[in-house]
Design a protein around this ligand. Sequence first.
Ligand code: ATP
Ligand code: MG
Length: 329
Amino acid sequence: MKARVLSGVQPSGSLHIGNYLGALKNWVKIQYDYESIFCIVDLHAITVPQDPAELRAKILETAGVFLAAGIDPKHSRVVVQSAVPAHAELAWLLTCVTPVGWLERMTQYKVKAAAQESVGDGILQYPVLMAADILLYQAAIVPVGEDQSQHLELTRDIAQRFNSLFGETFVMPATSLPSVGARIMGLDDPTAKMSKSATGAGHAVALLDPPAKIRKTIMRATTDSNPAVDFDALGPGVANLLSIYQAFADWSDDQVRAHFAGMRYGDLKKQVAEMVIAKLEPFQQRYREITADPGYLAGVLRESAGQVTPIANATVELAKRKMGIYTER
Ligand code: ATP
Ligand code: MG
């Protein structure tokens, strides 16, 4: 039996090039080497306020983006998290073995909590639900962007703690990061991670943005006061643009240096914009084809949920039995 891969994206906004380069691109690359499950994690999205109609639409849009990016529904499962109730059930069991102190130390919690007047409990619990998503399927590999490595460490800590309290139950999941593009920064502010939920017109390039908008966003990206690319003094904005180009082009560091050393920022931006547009064009075409038939995606999601539910339920059953929670068997 092949080892299992699991990863997910929140339907909390429009997927951007950071989500693609940090996560989806890697999923597409490794999907056939594993038994692959990719989730639209709507229960995570509601840890911050969402408009119900918009959330509903974004769930389907995210599923369409997965397939358009190259996830093969004949091989990989594309699952809406809330369609498999075991995610929430295991999250509660894991909550009860997780110290609050572990959760309060999480960077994402600190950043998201600082941005709000009243902090929802869901923001604190987020990593426990994420641990449940992963451990539920006994996943061996979790391909994510760099911002999620800390949550993956916590997932291993929770699994370890559960296993030592109740006996071997969960597979220890490994983190898989891409070598380039693991942390794409905001184009308006290269000191902040590019995020779906961040507002601001110049922040991100969404995967479904039209070419004119992509060009405009990249041409306005924040750089620094130097005129041209200097590899001995790379500012974060220029480094970010170079990473975006490198990840889309699949170039080595040497190729990037040889091509961009001494290039004026205006020309660099033009080349990055044209590279991104060229790579997204076939993706956007596939997205339009996939979403032309509204019943198709719903069918993929229904079938996938049906296929993974027995795996998920078996893990919850096992965890419950280990903990002494009532089970019929
Ligand atoms: P939100 O602002 O709602 O948290 P997000 O853009 O951070 O949205 P997530 O749904 O939280 O997206 O994360 C989905 C996947 O994309 C994760 O694997 C995450 O590590 C990866 N990812 C998110 N942002 C980036 C980024 N800027 N660069 C690389 N990978 C990223
Ligand atoms: Mg995020």
